[in-house]
Design a protein around this ligand. Structure first.
Ligand code: C2E
Ligand code: CA
Ligand code: CA
Ligand code: CA
Length: 275
């Protein structure tokens, strides 16, 4: 039986070896990047769709390598998670983002993404509150974006973490809404302050009448639950118009503003309206 089992194992082909070597390289580079603070938050505006005013910014991690190349978060966040580097990376990014937010007008909110695996760390809430305290950013100025899968993975711990944060005045947003598999049960299990409708809905709703109805229903659901609704990925004027007509509260997307480094958030952009 042993022999048979051996035969089932795929040979360690050069392609796999290459893949593994690449992974090890990326991991080492990532470790160095964190050490040298080369991964920084960019900020994308969150816009009140009724007044067109910027109400805050979502921090989006960007890794600028020594060669000037940008590595997107979808490529390094999973590596950071697997390599056990996500705690250090998050602490560093959060500290930096909170520091940046301190220089914004007081009414602007900082929205910050958490990795799903982090919600199964019961000390996460306390660590975040400690960073807020160290930096001096009031808890009500930060909003944490979590996904449904994060809560489903370890519901008991996730609740402890979220309770710690909510009790301190931090707001919680349910990110990528509609892409998970248990959206509605999560909504009744926990009180979120905000629901972010996933970009995939916004991208297709004009050409797909059913998608339009889904968005409409999510907005109605938000109104019923007293939860603010944000639509992500707004790229076109027609999408913006339709979302405004449907009464969507907040919008985000390239049309309203691309993610930009802290230095280029012009003073005149903060606190003014989108044209
Ligand atoms: P997300 O939280 O859903 O963030 C929204 C993504 O959509 C961002 O991609 C943003 O740049 C992009 N986006 C915004 N507006 C538009 C638009 O109009 N059209 C299109 N096509 N895309 C738009 P990004 O920055 O590449 O981030 C990807 C994902 O990486 C994020 O998805 C989030 O899940 C994760 N991420 C980013 N920063 C962090 C972080 O600091 N910590 C953790 N744990 N995850 C992060
Ligand atoms: Ca997000
Ligand atoms: Ca999202
Ligand atoms: Ca996402």
């Amino acid at each position: 039986a042993k022999k048979q089992g051996r035969n089932l194992v795929k040979p360690f082909v050069p392609a796999m070896q290459e893949e593994l070597a690449k992974r090890i390289r990326v991991e080492a580079d990532l470790r160095a990047a964190i050490k040298n603070a080369e991964i920084v938050p960019y900020y994308q505006p969150l816009v009140d769709l009724k007044t067109k005013e910027i109400i805050g910014f979502e921090a989006l991690a960007r890794w600028k390598t020594a060669s000037g190349e940008f590595i997107p978060p979808n490529e390094f966040i999973p590596v950071a998670e697997e390599a056990g580097l996500i705690v250090d990376l998050t602490d560093q990014l959060l500290r930096r983002a909170c520091g940046d937010a301190l220089s914004w007008p007081n009414h602007l909110v900082l929205s910050f993404n958490l990795s799903p695996i982090q919600l199964s760390d019961r000390l996460l809430g306390l660590r975040i509150l400690r960073i807020l305290g160290d930096v001096g950013l009031p808890a009500h100025r930060i909003e944490l974006e979590v996904t449904e899968s994060a809560i489903i993975q370890d519901a008991v711990t996730a609740r402890i973490v979220l309770d710690d944060l909510v009790n301190a005045g931090v707001r919680i947003a349910l990110d990528d809404f509609g892409t998970g598999y248990s959206s509605l049960s999560q909504l009744s299990n926990y009180r979120f302050d905000k629901i972010k409708i996933d970009r995939s809905f916004v991208a297709s709703f004009e050409t797909n009448d059913k998608q339009d109805k889904v968005i409409k229903a999510i907005i109605a659901l938000g109104a019923g639950l007293g939860v603010t609704i944000t639509a992500e990925g707004i790229e076109e004027e027609s999408q913006l118009q339709r979302l405004q007509d449907l009464g969507c509260d907040i919008g985000q997307g390239y049309l309203l503003g691309r993610p930009a480094p802290a230095e280029s958030l012009a003073a005149d952009q903060i606190g003014t309206r989108i044209a």
